[in-house]
Design a protein around this ligand. Structure first.
Ligand SMILES: NC(=O)c1ccc[n+]([C@@H]2O[C@H](COP(=O)([O-])OP(=O)(O)OC[C@H]3O[C@@H](n4cnc5c(N)ncnc54)[C@H](O)[C@@H]3O)[C@@H](O)[C@H]2O)c1
Length: 313
């Protein structure tokens, strides 16, 4: 049994990760400031003697004894990370410094939840880990993109300078139950709009593509990445390479919810990438992992979650 810290553990991905780590018999410390996470996400874990919850902001130093750290704390959707952009950068950068400092003190292994946003609006498709990205350093998304890029820099400098055991995973679009219903992310947006019978808003002409990974596949990959040999640091892409246009997604959600919603088209927001697709060759080689859950199957579970949730929206 390992003592494992999950920062951002009350969020969408973090809550699923806490659940899986508990199932494997580990002792889990969930740290969260509840900015976008909720107690509802982890309510079913409270009472488990191996689960501990701490309200805490990782922009401050943390002193605990742990064997491993999954650093997930950071608002992940534009609406939330642009709400207080300075705090977003602080969470990524000061948060990384604090968690890396903790890992150094207690000799813990540490994994960073990085993002496909480090590639910006890429001119290489699909994106391999060797691609350095095309990021606007001064735009509205920069607090997130550059914050995450700087966090990666810090991870690799701690590895070079202090020989810390690090893992950097670059997460691509992930969806599933416990996504925030109002955060503007495309899958949750479409499902909530469809369930309410409201117009489904597609930005641009809907021909921009995204790849969507179901949360269970993603969590499996993150856990495998943590368990790779010490000489493997990443960065490693994790996500689902199967591409869908945004318009196809909207049509699929309408079909699976049986909604009467209509699709409407709005202007594209600034810096919105036209195409995003992971090259997961490294993940399939090193982690022996490829996503196994089809979009229709994942949407079914996510729609089920939002149907129950929508009574309280
Ligand atoms: N979901 C995706 O598609 C996706 C894609 C790429 C990267 N990621 C990364 O994965 C991680 C988790 O994302 P998510 O989708 O679960 O988002 P989320 O917003 O549901 O979870 C983030 C959690 O971090 C907490 N948090 C934010 N700032 C904090 C701080 N200063 N101190 C402590 N806790 C703080 C929030 O309250 C929340 O519970 C993030 O780091 C995100 O950048 C997610």
């Amino acid at each position: 049994m390992k003592k494992i810290l999950v920062t951002g553990g009350a969020g969408f991905l973090g809550s699923h990760l806490c659940e899986r780590l508990l199932e494997q018999g580990h002792d889990v410390l969930c740290v969260d400031n509840f900015f976008t996470g909720t107690k509802d996400n982890i309510a079913h874990l409270i009472g488990n003697r191996n689960f501990e919850l701490m309200r805490f902001d990782i922009t401050f130093p943390l002193y605990v004894e742990v064997d491993e750290i999954f650093n997930l704390a950071c608002p992940a959707s534009p609406i939330h990370y642009q709400f207080d952009p300075v705090q977003t950068t602080k969470t990524s950068v000061h948060g990384a410094i604090n968690m890396l400092g903790l890992a150094k003190r207690v000799k813990a292994k540490i994994l960073q939840a990085s993002t496909s946003e480090v590639y910006g609006d890429p001119d290489v498709h699909p994106q391999p880990e060797s691609y350095w990205g095309r990021v606007n350093p001064i735009g509205l998304r920069s607090c997130y993109d550059e914050g995450k890029r700087c966090a990666e820099t810090l991870f690799f400098d701690y590895w070079r300078q202090h020989r810390l055991r690090i893992k950097v995973v670059r997460i691509f679009n992930t969806y599933g139950p416990r996504m925030h219903p109002n955060d503007g992310r495309v899958v949750s947006n479409f499902i909530v709009q469809a369930l309410k019978g409201e117009d489904i808003t597609v930005y641009g002409d809907g021909s921009q593509t995204r790849s969507f990974c179901y949360v269970d596949d993603l969590v499996e990959a993150m856990m495998r990445a943590m368990n790779t040999p010490d000489d493997f640091t990443g960065p490693i892409n994790i996500g689902n390479p199967k591409e869908f246009t945004i318009l196809q997604l909207a049509q699929q959600v309408i079909a699976q919810t049986g909604s009467k919603s209509k699709i409407v088209f709005n202007p594209l927001p600034s810096d919105d990438p036209k195409q995003r697709k992971p090259d997961i060759t490294l993940a399939s080689d090193v982690l022996k992992w490829t996503p196994s859950i089809e979009l229709a199957q994942g949407l079914e579970k996510t729609i089920g979650y939002f149907r129950v949730k929508s009574n309280t929206l």
